[in-house]
Design a protein around this ligand. Structure first.
Ligand SMILES: Cc1cc2nc3c(=O)[nH]c(=O)nc-3n(C[C@H](O)[C@H](O)[C@H](O)COP(=O)(O)OP(=O)(O)OC[C@H]3O[C@@H](n4cnc5c(N)ncnc54)[C@H](O)[C@@H]3O)c2cc1C
Length: 327
């Protein structure tokens, strides 16, 4: 295709509403001054039209709605086909997708179908002369690399909480365009057999402003109790390294890192974990890191704003008490 213009955001809908993460992506798209053209949003699913007004209120000029029973449950085949159809209609120069479970799956496949490339897990986006520059963490978050594109459309996935949403503006006007993806259900090769609710109390790890993360040095499942208490006191969530999850001390859903969740809290309290690059790949977007480790040479101290060299069993109860007193 030629004459690509504007930005297309792939929005995600949960319980009939646009997700907060999607509002961040729309905010990023709106701030890409110089990109030219409209900001549009694709919503794919079986009952997603209700979220179109959300997308407009958060910055979309146009919302492409693809409703199809075959899209009721997420599938790679269904979403990539539907997204390809929307791209055909919108002909965008830039496509912004969240670095979510869906985005990680869709973006590279969509790029392959469109004969272009996707830059994954970006932290910053900018546009100069209509060309997108995408900044992402490299070497486990220890360095940053800036990428540009030789092919169109330019696809970037963006890390959660790396972008600010716009204020919701109910007075914004936009157009809603229904798209028939013409999906053949037999082309969807995977089927959802069962859905299991993960019972979780408190704040979701992905949404938490404060995360208390524990590693192998915690030593046991019970050892995490003090981390849970601190997280509860700070209205935060508990995360863990792969080592701690592999030991069975925390559920896999708590794992942060290259093969776990990517989080960007305002504060990450890293307790008895070494700061391996694979772990930091999931939390290098944290705005502040405080480390507690008994080894003063631990790598985590190089990446932290504050560090406490001490046994966590001494530090954490004292920290908890002090924070409780602050109310
Ligand atoms: C392909 C691949 C993918 C991976 N993906 C991930 C991933 O997604 N997430 C992840 O976390 N890891 C991942 N890993 C594993 C990663 O390389 C590290 O092995 C892991 O992060 C180490 O976990 P840790 O810091 O808890 O343990 P360790 O490296 O063993 O560190 C434990 C730390 O606890 C400290 N300590 C011990 N006792 C105490 C105490 N009482 N008080 C205070 N400090 C104490 C020690 O000084 C030490 O620094 C991956 C590895 C590979 C190869």
């Amino acid at each position: 295709m030629a004459n690509e213009t504007g930005i297309l955001v792939l929005g995600e809908v949960a319980e009939g509403k646009l997700t907060t993460f999607s509002t961040e992506l729309l905010g990023a798209a709106r701030r890409l001054e110089g990109a030219g053209g409209a900001v549009s949003c694709a919503l794919l699913g079986s009952a997603v039209e209700s979220a179109a007004q959300d997308a407009i209120a958060f910055g979309a000029d146009k919302v492409y709605v693809v409703e199809d029973p075959a899209l009721a449950d997420y599938s790679t085949d269904g979403w990539v086909q539907a997204m390809q159809k929307v791209v055909g209609e919108a002909n965008p120069a830039i496509i912004i997708i969240g670095q979510s479970n869906i985005g990680r799956d869709v973006a590279p496949r969509l790029a392959f179908r469109l004969n272009t490339t996707a830059c994954m897990d970006c932290l910053e986006l900018s546009v100069s002369d209509g060309k997108l520059s995408a900044t992402r963490g490299s070497w486990g978050g220890n360095a940053r690399s800036v990428h540009s594109f030789n092919t169109m459309p330019q696809i970037a996935t963006v890390r959660v909480k790396s972008q600010e949403p716009l204020e919701r503006d109910e007075s914004r006007k936009g157009e809603v365009v229904k798209v028939d993806a013409g999906l053949d259900p037999s082309s969807i090769r995977t089927k959802l057999l069962e859905r299991k609710e993960v019972s979780a109390e408190g704040v979701r790890l992905e949404d938490a402003e404060v995360i208390v993360g524990g590693g192998r040095g915690i030593g046991s499942e019970e050892g995490f109790k003090v981390l849970e208490d601190l997280a509860g006191q700070l209205a935060g969530a508990v995360g863990a390294t792969r080592a701690a999850c592999d030991m069975g001390w925390r559920p896999v859903a708590d794992q942060i890192g290259l093969t776990g969740k990517v989080v960007s809290p305002t504060l990450y309290i890293a307790v008895a974990l070494s700061g391996a690059s694979q772990h930091m790949a999931g939390c290098s977007g944290a705005k502040n890191i405080i480390a507690v480790n008994k080894d003063s040479e631990a790598n985590i101290f190089k990446l932290s704003r504050f560090g406490i060299v001490e046994d966590y069993k001494k530090v954490m109860p004292a920290l908890l008490e002090a924070i409780k007193k602050l109310g």
